[in-house]
Design a protein around this ligand. Sequence first.
Ligand code: FAD
Ligand code: FES
Length: 334
Amino acid sequence: MSKSDPAVTVQFHHQRIPIEAGESVLEALLRAHHAVPNSCRAGLCQSCLLQSDESWLQQSDSVRLASQQGLSEQQVRAHQFLSCCCFPDTDIKAEFPDPNTGWLAEVVGRQLLSPRVLELRLNVSGKWKPGQHVLLWKNQRTARLYSIASHRERDGVLVLHIARHAEGEVSRWIHDQLQIGDQLRLSPANGHCVYEAEDASKPLLLVAIGTGLAAVLGVLKEALAQNHQGPISVYFAAAHPDEVYLCEELQQLAQQHSNLQVCVVSGATEQSSDAQQTEVLAFGDLLDAVRLNQKSLRGNRVYLCGAASAVAALQKLCFFAGAGRLDIITEAFP
Ligand SMILES: Cc1cc2nc3c(=O)[nH]c(=O)nc-3n(C[C@H](O)[C@H](O)[C@H](O)COP(=O)(O)OP(=O)(O)OC[C@H]3O[C@@H](n4cnc5c(N)ncnc54)[C@H](O)[C@@H]3O)c2cc1C
Ligand code: FES
């Protein structure tokens, strides 16, 4: 990532702010007391998303690549970028993206899957693939990414699994305030965490940590619907019993499909009722469980979804167990 020239400025809300050496656009705006939403500051969560204009094309390829990683084609065409990863090499104009350009969604269902995880069902007219994610806007300024657990034709609605964070701005709002009939804005679906039909005979390894299960379930159900022939191993880990959910559904799928094995790894000191029918190990044993049971991952397609720290450790493990770098697909939450 290149460091910014000290002479470079960012124009935001009619104010021209110098970007100091080594500062990102986000850091310069925060220093100038602009309330730009941010969370991971590592290009993962997209909460610092801003939009430029045609002048964006004057930035070098490396600047544009570094700050548009993981964005959809539509976002790239609209000159949107992640301000935490943007170290411009020439003056830049920036503003908040217009949330009104995305999809309009209506809440048509909500139910707790566990004390901490809410299933949100949304009516949306856009197209998506199970396992992709959408940016869900709380208001004009604040949005978070959530993975899609459902299939457009099979399920009819877009299904999200949302974990409630005690101090979390958006997840608390969704859990505590969003009601059936409410309307909200989503970005169009994006992301590469999807089942590929050409993988039909490959072994699949799917690992979900917490609500990483939304994406994993999306990919898993799509693989089963497309009659996947290779063996499928699913690991579901949760740090807390309140985050253990849908274990019964996973076990039922395993009973119906002889090529599917499910292992739930939970830090539950007291098991949640949902976890009672499953093999439950300590949370810290996730890596050991994968290491022991998946000795060689050569030729596997691997999906790792959930907390970034766990995903990073698993990614390393899977790579050293023989999985190709391009065969490891990750959805890392900040
Ligand atoms: C690709 C992708 C897919 C995702 N999919 C899902 C999904 O399917 N389901 C899901 O539940 N999440 C998912 N996430 C995570 C989600 O986008 C949000 O990060 C999450 O819901 C938290 O947002 P929030 O606004 O509630 O919390 P934030 O307000 O962003 O806070 C994040 C965390 O920081 C803590 N925190 C907040 N303020 C402070 C403070 N001042 N001091 C200390 N700690 C603080 C909060 O307790 C919380 O734990 C995904 C993320 C990515 C990148
Ligand atoms: S704060 Fe920039 S992507 Fe998370």
